[in-house]
Design a binder for this molecule. Structure first.
Ligand code: BT5
Length: 267
């Protein structure tokens, strides 16, 4: 499988600054687990791990991300922000916009973003993002950020539990998708995002343009599984969803507090 790495490098520009810090893994429990370990051992910014398959691909809040062999790009990137974590509230949103750029580049269509971190097309999910920060206890700064992204590329179908909610780039385009093209586009989009990461306002403006949740009636599912109905009005500059409740009150809710479901389905 090292020829996958060769294929990715053959698509990346020859002078790309992260060329020498990309690794391809045949099987791993989770590229985010491996990247967090490497980050704790001092791996530099721009370290990229890509796996053919994950045995324990992770989503948020203990959920899993199905990562079968040969089907997707399962990628984790290490950044070294070294800034107060409050300055990174928009990071997951910035990654989502970058992944819209990457999909557009590699597959020729621009997906939407289901708040906060799912890329969707025609109402189905084709990419999930899991961002994990590590804070240096001595300085209180974010010593590393591991950005984990899974993109469904070549699946022609999904197991029953995902068949109503998941899709892939090949299903959506009706053509063969080369994972190396997708991976290279992701790396380039993430590099560009990192260059402009502190330009929060323009990142969030782009996020709002891609976010398909704004304007919808949604169900907010709390950690305790309580459900509240609301209308999604906007996304604030820190990535929180601004919602209005039927009683006329409004709130800014974060992805740590609630998940969003559509009133009549996944979106
Ligand atoms: C996510 O969580 O969608 C974040 C997924 C991040 C995966 C990447 S892969 C590389 C890196 N290494 C890791 O271990 N993780 C990252 P969440 O929003 O919690 O969504 C999880 C839910 O998505 C599950 O409960 C399923 O309903 C659904 N799901 C699982 N696998 C899927 C898939 N392959 N495609 C679409 N939906 C999926």
């Amino acid at each position: 499988m090292t020829d996958m790495l060769e294929k990715i490098l053959s698509v990346l520009p020859e002078n790309h600054p992260w060329r020498n810090t990309i690794a391809w893994l045949d099987t791993v429990d989770s590229t985010n687990n491996r990247a967090k370990l490497l980050a704790s051992q001092g791996a530099p910014e721009g370290t990229v791990l890509i796996a053919d398959r994950q045995t324990m691909g992770r989503g948020r809040l203990g959920r899993s991300f199905q990562s079968p062999a040969g089907a997707g790009v399962y990628l984790s990137l290490i950044l070294r922000p070294n800034c107060p974590p409050e300055k990174l509230m928009h990071l997951t949103c910035a990654v989502a916009v970058a992944m819209c750029d990457a999909v557009e580049q590699a597959a020729g269509f621009r997906p939407g973003i289901k708040w906060t971190n799912d890329l969707v097309h025609q109402g189905r999910k084709l990419c999930g993002i899991l961002t994990e920060l590590s804070i240096d206890p001595a300085t209180g700064l974010a010593a590393s950020a591991v950005l984990g992204i899974g993109v469904n590329c070549c699946q022609e179908g999904f197991p029953p539990e995902l068949s109503g909610i998941a899709t892939s780039l090949s299903i959506e385009t009706g053509r063969e998708i080369r994972r190396a093209d997708v991976a290279a586009a992701m790396i380039q989009a993430l590099y560009a995002m990192n260059q402009h990461l502190m330009n929060r306002d323009s990142m969030m403006t782009r996020y709002r343009q891609d976010c398909v949740t704004i304007g919808r009636e949604v169900s907010l599912v709390g950690a305790d599984q309580t459900v509240r109905h609301a209308k999604a009005l906007d996304v604030d500059d820190e990535g929180a969803l601004v919602v209005a409740f039927p009683d006329g009150t409004s709130a800014h809710v974060t992805s740590g507090e609630v998940s969003v479901r559509g009133m009549y389905g996944y979106l």
